[in-house]
Design a protein around this ligand. Structure first.
Ligand code: O2Y
Ligand code: MN
Length: 595
């Protein structure tokens, strides 16, 4: 039987093994040899397909019923329902544990139980947290090798009495195939017990449901820890910009899904002399440093990116990150042994095997790759990874961006008037759904700080936590901005070219931080005048520019009842300072009309 010198870990692994009854237990050491052995096993069973065209790359196909995070089966289980708040599914902890214990009973018979010690954040970082995932999925072990710091060093950091986040996972049974077992939807559970720093997941082997270090630990549990311990766990990319004089700026950005977050994290600026480097594309942990500024680390070590739409023309840095040592999930397979997905460069291949293993031609009426097909690649493989991305103390944040996809109303960029206004901009972050999201196209969804699916406690309290952090940071707080690359004209055409040209907006942001760029104050925040933006070499009409920088105050006013209803969801947990920002905006819009 296995033995761990950490007393709590030893007890927990034995308890879970007694419950799940695996045939064997494997303690992961995080080595390349371990990775290679597991890959070989999965190739032998047919679960992994080696790709002839890409060195050390493998394609996996999930069961068609198990293709994405399932928010409807994700729970924040706190003793009081109010503490989970209106944005989370809630279940009483004892009831939920009883249900899940029944599902876990004997669920690993005939399987290996893998014990994966891991660190989120660099091992020597004061912000790092140790987790241990128990899983019966070798695919999960491989992905965790890429996405987190897995292995003996994490165990060593625990010592005999160190604390860790127990992350229990089984793919379950009752649905799926031999290669990809899972449970039917009504038996899937992604459960979080934030008061105990505990995660229990059952029934899905896919992404955020199964790689428990990512959304479950690094966002849901971490956000609740961060509130207790005075730091921030955010759904944010991290980016370093360097201006022609060599001055560095660090930006953290929160964007709901389908807003190009990974593309922005790996941006190639079109402005001469400006350099961008990626520090992370999904999860930032931030804490005030000894100098009073806010410092951020990337909690992860890899990218679990959406494949469809990724191409050399949209994100060449991502394409160059996945040339080798990459796991692909639910992509299509080409006849010569490569992966393919919708939106890749070049013409559609004349024949493929689709993500479900079926023959596919351009005449097929279904996409060849699943819209949520993914690549898992190490951050170190990104051509523009910043040399300081693993600095234990992190990087000092100069600006925080919130951004959504809005065809109208939200201008290209707005700077918050102050921290409270910035928190209000985050709390009212909204995005219109696309074909890539589930649900109706073009529907407005509020997604505060892009954290709706990931906040591990009552979101009203989360707004208050942001306000408290601002009080703590005082004059050293980062400046806050709201960006929208997706404004359209009356013919439905995008007004802004986006991609590398977003560097023009980032330049204005950096120049605002250092007091070099102009702006006009409006009720919705500071807006650049056309002359304040560096547009050299860009072909854009004056009319488009005027439209992009128009605060559209009348349309904004018409949206206020919808905004008020959004804030009303938080009831008496809505901080009065957020309500005050709403009232200030109402008055500002009224005054504008009168003027
Ligand atoms: O569908 C999944 O399980 C993946 S979700 C995901 C993956 C990487 C980065 N962000 C997300 C997200 O949903 O925000
Ligand atoms: Mn994400």
């Amino acid at each position: 039987m296995v033995h761990f010198k950490n007393v709590a870990l030893n007890k927990w692994v034995h308890e879970m093994s007694d419950l799940c009854k695996p045939d064997s237990i494997h303690i992961c050491d995080g080595s390349q040899q371990e990775y290679d052995t597991l890959v070989k096993q999965l190739v032998d069973t047919g679960a992994a397909i080696p790709l002839k065209k890409r060195k050390d790359c493998y394609l996996f196909r999930s069961d068609p019923s198990d293709v994405a995070r399932v928010e409807s089966r994700t729970y924040i289980s706190t003793p009081s329902k109010d503490n989970a708040g209106p944005t989370n599914n809630w279940e009483d902890p004892e009831t939920l544990k009883k249900t899940m214990r029944e599902l876990y009973a004997g669920c690993m018979k005939g399987r290996t139980m893998y014990v994966i010690p891991f660190s989120m954040g660099p091992l020597t970082s004061p912000l790092a947290k140790i987790g241990v995932e128990i899983t019966d999925s070798a695919y999960v072990v491989l992905n965790m090798h890429i996405m987190a710091r897995v292995g003996t060093a994490a165990l060593d950091r625990l010592g005999t009495d160190g604390t860790f986040v127990p992350c229990m996972h089984s793919v379950g049974s009752g649905a799926g195939t031999k290669e990809w077992p899972c449970a039917p939807i009504e038996k899937k559970y992604i459960s979080h017990f934030p008061d105990e720093n505990l995660i229990w997941a059952y029934g899905s082997g896919y992404g955020g449901n199964a790689l428990l270090g990512k959304k479950c630990l690094a966002l849901r549990i971490a956000s609740s820890m961060a509130r207790r311990e005075d730091w921030m766990a955010e759904h944010m990319l991290l980016l370093r910009l360097t201006d022609p004089s060599g001055k560095q700026y660090h930006i953290a950005g929160a964007f709901p899904s389908a807003c190009g977050k990974t593309n922005l994290a790996m941006i190639i600026p079109t402005i001469p002399g400006w350099k961008a480097e990626c520090l992370g594309d999904d999860i930032a942990w931030m804490k005030p440093g000894p100098d009073g500024r806010l410092y951020a680390i990337n909690a992860e070590t890899g990218f679990f990116g959406v494949a469809p739409g990724t191409s050399f023309s949209t994100n060449s840095n991502a394409m160059n990150s996945i040339k080798e040592n990459t796991i692909f999930t639910n992509c299509a397979l080409t006849d010569d042994g490569d992966v393919w997905w919708e939106g890749m460069d070049g013409a559609k291949p004349s024949h493929l095997i689709d993500w479900q293993g079926n023959e596919w031609t351009p005449a097929s009426d279904k996409p060849a790759a699943h819209p949520n097909a993914r690549f898992t690649a190490r951050a170190s493989q990104c051509p523009v990874i910043c040399k300081d991305w693993e600095k234990p103390e992190g990087v000092p944040i100069d600006a925080i961006l919130f951004g959504g996809r809005r065809a109208h109303i939200a201008p290209l960029v707005t700077q918050a008037l102050n921290w409270d206004h910035g928190v209000f901009l985050g709390a009212t972050l909204a995005s219109e759904t696309t074909a890539a999201n589930i649900g109706a196209v073009g529907k407005l969804r509020y997604d505060p700080m892009a954290m709706t699916p990931f906040c591990g406690y009552n979101m009203g309290d989360y707004f208050q936590h942001w306000l408290n952090m601002g009080d703590k940071l005082g004059s050293k707080a980062p400046a806050v901005f709201y960006v929208n690359w997706f404004r359209k004209d009356e013919n439905g055409k995008f007004l802004w070219p986006g991609y590398g040209d977003n560097s023009r907006v980032l330049k204005w942001i950096c120049d605002r931080v250092s007091g070099k760029a102009g702006a006009t104050e409006t009720p919705v925040g500071y807006l650049p005048n056309a002359a304040d933006l560096d547009l050299k070499g860009l072909s854009i009409s004056q009319a488009a520019l005027t439209d992009l920088l128009d605060p559209k105050l009348e349309e904004r006013k018409a949206e206020m009842p919808q905004l008020e209803a959004h804030l009303a969801r938080f009831g008496d947990r809505l901080p009065p300072r957020i309500r005050a920002q709403f009232d200030r905006l109402v008055k500002g819009l009224e005054r504008n009309k009168a003027a």
